[in-house]
Design a protein around this ligand. Structure first.
Ligand code: NAD
Length: 520
C-alpha cells in the first residue's frame, strides 16, 4: 500500500512530507482509493476534534497579522499563485484525475479556472475592498466612514467533484479579503487540495494562514462549523440544509452552493448542429458530475427529431475511458456509490417506460466506474430522474410547443442553478434567459460563458443555494461592513437651550430642506 509520503512522489513535484505539512491530523489513518487506478490506494491520517480546534487556533493567530497587511501585499500572493498554478498545471491535472477519475480536459479546465480566479481577485480586490465615505445624517456635521473588515476565520467544506474550483478558488477570495481559511476537503479528494495549499505557501502565504483538516462530514465537518466565523459550503442540497442549521445555531453567515437539475432549451430557430454539440458538453462534461451540467433538455417540437438524431450521434461518438491524456472525452464516475445512483436512476426510468436512446449501461471493460453517456426520452413525473439530481451522465429530452412551454418546464423544478439557451437570435435568447429562475444562464454555450467569466456572480436560486461565488459578491461575502460615524459641532439631541419640541420642529424643517435639495 502507498502512503501519503509515497503516493505523491515522482513524477509529481510534491512529496508526501510537503503534503502532510499542510494537514492537521493526528487521528487514525483512513485508506484512500484512487478513482482512476483500482490498485492505487494510500493511507492518510484523519483529524480529531482536538486537531480541528488546534488548526482553527493556529489560523486565527496567523490571520491577525495578515488582516493588517496592505491589500496590495495580499493581492501579490494571488498573482504569484496564478503563475505557480500554470507552472504546475500538468501535475495538478494528474492529481485531479487520480482522485476523481475525470477526463483530462475536465481536469485541465478546473486548473485553468483556478488560475483565472487568482488573477481576477489578484487584480480587483483593492478596488472591491476600498473604504467608502457615506452620507452623514447632517451634511458637513455628521461624517460616515464605511470600512470592510474580514470575517476572521472562514471555513470551507468542499465536494469531491470540483476539489480545486470552487474549493480553493473560494478560499482565494476569502484570503485576499484578509481572512484565514480552514478547509475540509472531501474524503475522496484530499491530495489536490493539499497540493494547492502547498503552492500557496510556496509563493509566500504566511504559515498557518490556511490549514487543512481531513475526515468525515458528520464528524470533522461539524467540528469545523463549531470553530469558524463564516462557512463557505459546496455540496448537496441535503447536506446544505444540515450545515445551514448548524450555522444558524451559532449565528454565523454561510454561503451554500448546492445541487441542480439544470435545463437546456433549444429554441425553434437554433442551429441544430451547434446546439447538439453544446448539449453534449453541457450534459457529459466531467461525466455529468458537475453542479452546472444539464440533466433536462427542452427542444422545440419543430426541431425535435433533427436535434435528437444529432445529439444522440454526437453522444455515441464520445470516447470513454481512463487515460492521463486527452484521448478520452469522458472519464468515469467518482465512487461505486455514485455509479449505483446513476444505474438506479436509469433502471427506474426504463422500468417505468422511458426509452433509452443511447447508453444505459456500465462499462467495466473501459474502467471500473465508467458509465455510458445516456439519453432518455419519454421521462415522466413518477420517475426518479424527472426531478431528482442524478449527478451523472444521464439526460432526458422533452419536446415543447413554444418558448413559454420551455420556460415553464425549465422553471418547474425545486432547483435553480444553471440553464443554457440555444437560438440564432442572441437577443431572443437573453429575453428567454431573463424568464428563467436560475442563478446563471448561458446563451449559446453550455455553462462556460458564466462559469469561465470570473466577474460573473455564480450561485443558485431556490434549493440550489444561498449567496454567490465569483464576481464582487464572491469576495464581499467574506467581509463585514463597519460604519464609523463622527459628529461635529452640535449633538444630535436638544441642546443650546432648545426645548425638545423646538428641536423636533427644527429637525422637521431640516428634513424638508434635504428632500428639496434632492439629498438621499
Ligand atoms: P455532499 O453534500 O455529500 O458533501 C459535500 C461536503 O460536505 C463533503 O466534504 C462532505 O464530507 C461534507 N459533509 C457531509 N455531511 C456533512 C455534515 N453533516 N456536516 C458537515 N459537512 C458534511 O456532496 P457531494 O456528493 O460531495 O457533492 C455533490 C453535490 O455537490 C451535488 O449535489 C452537486 O450539485 C453539488 N455541487 C454544487 C456546486 C455549486 O457550485 N452549486 C459545485 C459543486 C458541487
Amino acid at each position: 500500500m502507498s502512503t501519503l509520503s509515497s503516493l505523491a512522489a515522482d513524477p509529481l513535484p510534491w512529496n508526501g512530507h510537503r503534503l502532510a505539512a499542510q494537514l492537521v491530523a493526528s487521528g487514525p489513518t483512513r485508506v484512500w482509493h484512487s478513482a482512476f487506478e483500482e490498485d492505487l490506494v494510500a493511507e492518510i491520517p484523519t483529524s480529531t476534534p482536538a486537531d480541528v480546534a488546534a488548526a482553527a487556533q493556529r489560523t486565527r493567530a496567523a490571520q491577525q497579522d495578515w488582516a493588517e497587511r496592505p491589500v496590495a501585499d495580499r493581492q501579490r500572493v494571488l498573482l504569484d499563485f496564478h503563475d505557480a498554478v500554470l507552472d504546475h498545471r500538468e501535475a495538478l491535472t494528474d492529481l485531479l484525475q487520480y482522485e476523481g477519475g475525470k477526463a483530462r480536459l475536465s481536469a485541465a479546465e478546473e486548473v485553468l479556472h483556478l488560475a483565472m480566479t487568482a488573477r481576477y481577485y489578484g487584480r480587483t480586490a483593492r478596488e472591491l475592498l476600498h473604504d467608502r465615505r457615506g452620507r452623514g445624517l447632517l451634511p458637513l456635521l455628521t461624517r460616515i466612514d464605511e470600512r470592510l473588515v474580514p470575517k476572521g476565520l472562514v471555513g470551507i467544506i468542499a465536494p469531491w467533484n470540483y476539489p480545486l474550483s470552487p474549493t480553493i478558488s473560494d478560499g482565494l477570495a476569502a484570503l485576499v479579503a484578509g481572512n484565514g481559511v480552514l478547509l475540509k476537503p472531501d474524503l475522496q479528494t484530499p491530495y489536490v487540495a493539499l497540493a494547492a495549499v502547498d503552492l500557496l505557501h510556496e509563493v509566500g502565504l504566511p504559515p498557518d494562514l490556511w490549514t487543512v483538516v481531513y475526515g468525515s462530514g458528520q464528524r470533522v465537518g461539524a467540528e469545523l462549523i463549531g470553530q469558524v466565523d463564516y462557512l463557505c459550503f459546496t455540496g448537496s442540497t441535503a447536506t446544505g440544509r444540515i450545515v445551514a442549521q448548524q450555522c444558524a445555531e451559532r449565528l454565523i453567515g454561510c454561503s451554500l452552493e448546492l445541487g441542480g437539475k439544470n435545463p437546456l432549451l433549444v429554441l425553434d430557430d437554433a442551429d441544430v448542429e451547434r446546439a447538439a454539440a453544446g448539449a453534449v458538453r453541457a450534459c457529459f462534461g466531467n461525466a455529468g458530475q458537475l453542479c452546472v451540467s444539464t440533466e433536462r433538455i427542452f427542444v422545440a417540437e419543430r426541431l425535435r427529431a433533427r436535434f435528437t438524431a444529432a445529439f444522440v450521434a454526437k453522444t455515441k461518438a464520445l470516447r470513454l475511458g481512463r487515460r492521463l491524456d486527452y484521448d478520452a472525452d469522458m472519464g468515469g464516475l467518482v465512487t461505486t456509490d455514485q455509479l449505483n445512483r446513476v444505474r438506479a436512476h436509469v433502471e427506474d426510468a426504463r422500468e417505468k417506460g422511458a426509452e433509452v436512446l443511447t447508453g444505459g449501461r456500465a462499462r467495466p471493460d473501459l474502467g471500473p466506474l465508467v458509465y455510458e453517456p445516456t439519453v432518455l426520452s419519454g421521462v415522466s413525473e413518477e420517475m426518479d430522474c424527472f426531478a431528482e439530481e442524478t449527478f451523472g451522465p444521464v439526460v432526458s429530452i422533452f419536446g415543447v410547443g413554444s418558448d413559454a412551454e420551455a420556460v415553464a418546464g425549465a422553471n418547474d423544478s425545486a432547483y435553480g442553478l444553471n440553464a443554457s439557451v440555444w437560438t440564432s437570435d442572441p437577443e431572443r435568447g437573453r429575453r428567454v434567459a431573463a424568464r428563467l429562475r436560475c442563478g446563471t444562464v448561458n446563451v449559446n454555450e453550455a455553462y462556460g460563458a458564466t462559469f469561465g467569466s470570473i466577474d460573473a456572480p455564480m450561485g443558485g436560486m431556490k434549493s440550489s443555494g444561498l449567496g454567490r461565488r465569483q464576481g464582487p459578491e464572491g469576495l464581499l461575502r467574506f467581509v463585514e461592513s463597519q460604519a464609523i460615524g463622527t459628529q461635529s459641532l452640535i449633538p444630535l439631541a436638544p441642546s443650546l437651550g432648545l426645548s425638545p419640541g423646538t428641536f423636533v420642529a427644527g429637525f422637521t424643517g431640516v428634513l424638508r430642506v434635504l428632500k428639496a435639495v434632492r439629498r438621499a
